[in-house]
Design a protein around this ligand. Structure first.
Ligand code: CTP
Ligand code: MG
Length: 229
C-alpha cells in the first residue's frame, strides 16, 4: 500500500461582500501581503503534496499574486472553476482534479479567508487524523455562555455550551468520501456537514483563535495583530 498523500484545496472564489473593501477580500493586503498569500505560504511550507486554489473564472488578481511568489512554483495549481457558493466551488475543484487523486488521498479544504492558519495547526490535524476512518476538522470549544434569542431580542434560553464547538478549517477528509458527500448534499457551509449527512461523525481537533475567518470590517485589525505576532 502506498503511504497516504495530503493535498490542499483552497476555495477562493468569493467576493467578500460583508467585508466590503472593493476587491475580493482574499486579495486584500494584511500585514504586508494579500490574505491568500498568507494561506498559500503556509500550505507550500507544510507536508502537503500539492495545493489547488479554486478562483472564479473572471478572477483578475490571481495571476499577479502567483507571479510575485516564485517559491510556490510546482507546489500550487490554480483552477478557474469557482461556483455560486462555497460548496459549489469546492465540489467543482475536486471534480477538476479527479485524474490526479486517488480515493484514499487526504484533502485538506481550507478557506482563503483564514490567513491565521499555521503549519503547526496543519501538522496537528494530520497527526490526529492520519489513521482515522472518517476524517475531521479544526474547531474551537465555545468559551462564552450562549443564549438563544426570541424574535424580540430577549433571551429565550441559555444553551448548554460544554459540548459546543465553532467549526474552522482545514477540514480533512479522504478524496473519494468527500466527493461522494458533497455530491449528495445541498447548500452547506462546510465539508463536515456533508460527511455528517452520510451518517458519519467527523472528529473535532482543537484549532486556534488566530485561525478565525476574516468576515466583517472589524476583523481586519484583529487579523493584522495575529499575523504580525
Ligand atoms: N468561496 C468560494 N466560492 C464562493 C463563495 C465563497 O470559493 N462562491 C470561498 C471564499 O473565497 C472564502 C470561503 O469560501 O475563502 C469562505 O467564504 P466567506 O468567508 O463567506 O467569503 P465570501 O463569500 O467571499 O464573503 P461574503 O460571504 O461576505 O461575500
Ligand atoms: Mg460567503
Amino acid at each position: 500500500m502506498n503511504p497516504p498523500r495530503y493535498f490542499g484545496l483552497i476555495p477562493a472564489a468569493g467576493i467578500g461582500a460583508r467585508l466590503g473593501v472593493g476587491i475580493p477580500k482574499q486579495y486584500m493586503p494584511l500585514a504586508g501581503k494579500p490574505m491568500l498569500a498568507h494561506v498559500l505560504d503556509t500550505f507550500a511550507a507544510a507536508v502537503i503534496a500539492h495545493t489547488f486554489v479554486v478562483v472564479s473564472a473572471e478572477d483578475g488578481y490571481i495571476h499577479d499574486l502567483v507571479a510575485a511568489a516564485p517559491h510556490w512554483s510546482g507546489r500550487i495549481t490554480i483552477l478557474f472553476r469557482g461556483g455560486e457558493n462555497r460548496h459549489a466551488s469546492v465540489l467543482n475543484g475536486l471534480q477538476a482534479i479527479r485524474a490526479q487523486l486517488g480515493d484514499d488521498d487526504w484533502m485538506l479544504v481550507h478557506d482563503a479567508a483564514r490567513p491565521g492558519l499555521t503549519g503547526v495547526l496543519i501538522e496537528n490535524l494530520i497527526r490526529v487524523l492520519q489513521n482515522d476512518d472518517v476524517g475531521g476538522l479544526l474547531a474551537l470549544p465555545m468559551v462564552d455562555t450562549l443564549k438563544r434569542s426570541d424574535q424580540n431580542g430577549r433571551v429565550a434560553q441559555t444553551v448548554e455550551r460544554s459540548a459546543l464547538w465553532a467549526a474552522q478549517t482545514p477540514q480533512m477528509f479522504r478524496y473519494g468520501l468527500l466527493v461522494q458527500a458533497l455530491t449528495q448534499a445541498t447548500a452547506l457551509t462546510d465539508e463536515a456537514g456533508a460527511i455528517e449527512m452520510l451518517g458519519l461523525q467527523p472528529r473535532l481537533i482543537e484549532g486556534s483563535p488566530r485561525n478565525f475567518k476574516v468576515t466583517l470590517p472589524h476583523d481586519v485589525a484583529l487579523a493584522e495583530m495575529f499575523l504580525r505576532s
